[in-house]
Design a protein around this ligand. Structure first.
Ligand SMILES: Cc1ncc(COP(=O)(O)O)c(C=O)c1O
Length: 454
């Protein structure tokens, strides 16, 4: 493995020896041409050298003529809304089978899946919901719009998930729910989280918006909590532009969730009249177009995930040869990774003090799309904005809001955001073995030259 990874470097070593050996014998012009080529390939692209890759990674989304036909069939059917049609119903059925749960409600996005879950659990003014600070902002947004407080629990710096050992110290008499986020597709420590939730009688809303097909002890992520929420937004491993789903096993709760996304209508079999709207609700329905696209996309989900997992494991193995950059750790109970992101931990000490943002920039110059990742959500302006809203001031005492402000610190998360966390998106993992070797080769190249890149 090492040999393959350092092929290019071995070649460079050999070729520069060749250059030295022939310099005295051959014409000066030929010698300097070799020299330039070798220098160019060994110089970081950010310093004007030749990048490891000029070719892109697989483009996204992937579709074929059948997908197009399925979409057009929805169009020609003239049934564009799911009410009175079948495509979204059919997708829900397939998704329920895949997730191993009895109930699925499709929504118009993952955000709305989270929002409908919390609302259906009765989360409201004065309540507190435990959330991680290392996630996409939607996980948090859904809490204060219900006039509840998002209480941040610090991040486990090894896994980038909520630190389950820090949950209990954040629970109060007002805590109603916890949102563990399986960020990047890897599982949170669900044994600990479920045990704490049971002990304190708080609901678990899994944010599995990045974790389709991921598993905890052979059960699908999203199927362990009271509800599991998924996103099918454009960047996601199964995508219909915008879309989402709530999954669950509790009949009554899932009935409320469905109703919440359907203007509060009662389920068909319970409707006294067609316009019976006994529950709270808005319209967050999925359209038949989204249903048609998802029915096409779901055909490839398993095969594509298998490839992501194979490549993810291979890449993680290659990175073991490069001290200072590694895949994040996974908890012992994770039986399958739902890879949406390939998340890494960076140690600048082993890169001559090169900051992670500079490393990411240098990798991008080599043709490897490395992101510096999320920024600390607990410090974003929207938190203070909500705390100053009239609704918040009437739902919470001044003392409670000030206590919240005082306690809103996540030092481990600040550290990972600033220093260690990096990731690449899922399409990278749909590449070839050689693509994974290019990633490791680029990281090794940057490490070799890191002292000069400061
Ligand atoms: C972790 C996480 N939660 C929630 C969401 C929200 O999903 P959507 O964009 O479908 O509303 C996303 C999607 O971007 C996400 O990545």
């Amino acid at each position: 493995m090492k040999r393959k990874l350092f092929n290019r470097r071995t070649f460079l070593k050999k070729s520069s020896m060749g250059i030295a050996g022939t310099a005295g014998l051959s014409a000066v012009g030929a010698g300097s041409l070799y020299c330039n080529t070798a220098k160019s390939a060994d110089t970081p692209a950010i310093r004007g050298g030749k990048p490891v890759r000029t070719k892109g990674f697989p483009s996204w989304p992937i579709y074929d003529d059948t997908d197009v036909k399925m979409y057009l069939d929805a169009f020609h059917s003239k049934k564009w809304c799911r009410l009175g049609s079948t495509r979204v119903d059919e997708f829900e059925k397939k998704y329920a089978e895949l997730m191993g749960v009895p109930y699925v409600t499709a929504t118009n996005g993952g955000t709305m899946a989270l929002y409908a879950s919390l609302a259906s659990l009765g989360v409201g003014p004065g309540d507190e919901v435990l959330v991680p600070p290392y996630t996409f902002v939607a996980t948090i947004n859904v809490v204060p719009v219900l006039f509840a407080l998002p209480v941040f629990v610090d991040t486990d710096p090894e896994t980038l998930k909520i630190d389950a050992d820090k949950i209990e110290e954040r629970i109060t008499e007002h805590t109603r729910a916890i949102i563990p986020v399986h960020i990047g597709g890897g599982a949170c420590d669900m044994d600990k989280i479920m045990a704490i939730a049971k002990k304190h009688d708080i609901a678990v809303v899994e944010d599995a918006c990045q974790a389709w097909l991921g598993e905890w002890r052979n059960k699908k992520l999203g199927a362990l909590g009271d509800t599991g929420c998924f996103s099918f937004q454009a960047s996601k491993n199964i995508n219909c532009g915008e879309g989402g789903a709530i999954i669950g096993s509790d009949k009554n709760l899932m009935e409320l969730c469905r109703s919440f996304t359907n203007n509060g209508r009662a389920p068909k079999e319970k409707r006294a009249t067609f316009f019976g709207n006994p529950y709270p609700g808005l319209n967050h329905r999925m359209t038949e177009f989204q249903g048609a696209i998802l029915l096409g996309q779901i055909r490839r989900l398993e095969e594509q995930q298998e490839l992501r997992n194979k490549n993810g494991e291979y890449l993680a193995g290659l990175l073991k040869d490069i001290p200072g950059i590694s895949e994040i750790k996974m908890y012992e109970g994770q039986t399958r990774n739902g890879y949406h992101l390939f998340m890494m931990l960076y140690d600048k000490k082993l890169f001559n003090g090169l900051p992670k943002a500079k490393f990411a920039q240098a990798m991008r110059a080599e043709g490897i799309p490395v992101s510096t990742g999320y920024t600390p959500l607990n410090k974003q302006d929207f938190i203070e904005y909500h705390l100053n809203m009239r609704g918040f001031k009437s739902a919470f005492s001044k003392e409670r809001l000030n206590k919240y402000r005082r306690e809103n610190h996540c030092p481990a998360n600040d550290y990972v955001c600033a220093e260690t966390a990096l990731w690449m998106g899922q399409t990278v993992l749909l590449g070839t073995k050689k693509d994974m070797e290019d990633i490791a080769e680029a990281a090794a190249k940057i490490q070799k030259h890191s002292g000069k890149l400061l």
